[in-house]
Write a protein that binds this ligand. Structure first.
Ligand code: FES
Length: 108
């Protein structure tokens, strides 16, 4: 594991730049730091969508699109879903994602 940095922008515009480790999920880093809006009710099982984020345009290609199961869960928050929506529990941090920036989506 090696250290990296990720940035969350909360719904009110508060910016939190946090340290994480490769191998962690983005959700885990945000939840551990108490990022507002990262509730992670299902603890990362891709079953609640309370870890929904919008990936910054500059990072979307590196992060990639959701798989079918995640896309189905995102459909349940369709009113706030965007093209760059991802569930942060499904984003596994790698060295290529050092500097990743996301905005926390409003809860439904
Ligand atoms: S923590 Fe529940 S879907 Fe991500």
């Amino acid at each position: 594991m090696s250290a990296l940095t990720v940035t969350f922008v909360e719904e009110d515009g508060t910016v939190k730049t946090l340290s994480g480790e490769t191998g962690q999920s983005l959700m885990q880093v945000g939840k551990d730091a108490g990022v507002e809006g990262i509730l992670a009710d299902c603890a990362g099982s891709c079953a609640c969508a309370t870890c929904h984020v919008y990936v910054d345009d500059d990072w979307y290609t590196a992060v990639g699109a959701p798989d079918a199961v995640e896309a189905e869960m995102l459909d349940m928050v369709a009113d706030v879903r965007k093209d760059n929506s991802r569930l942060s529990c499904q984003i596994k941090l790698t060295a290529a994602l050092d500097g990743l920036k996301v905005t926390v989506a409003p809860l439904g």
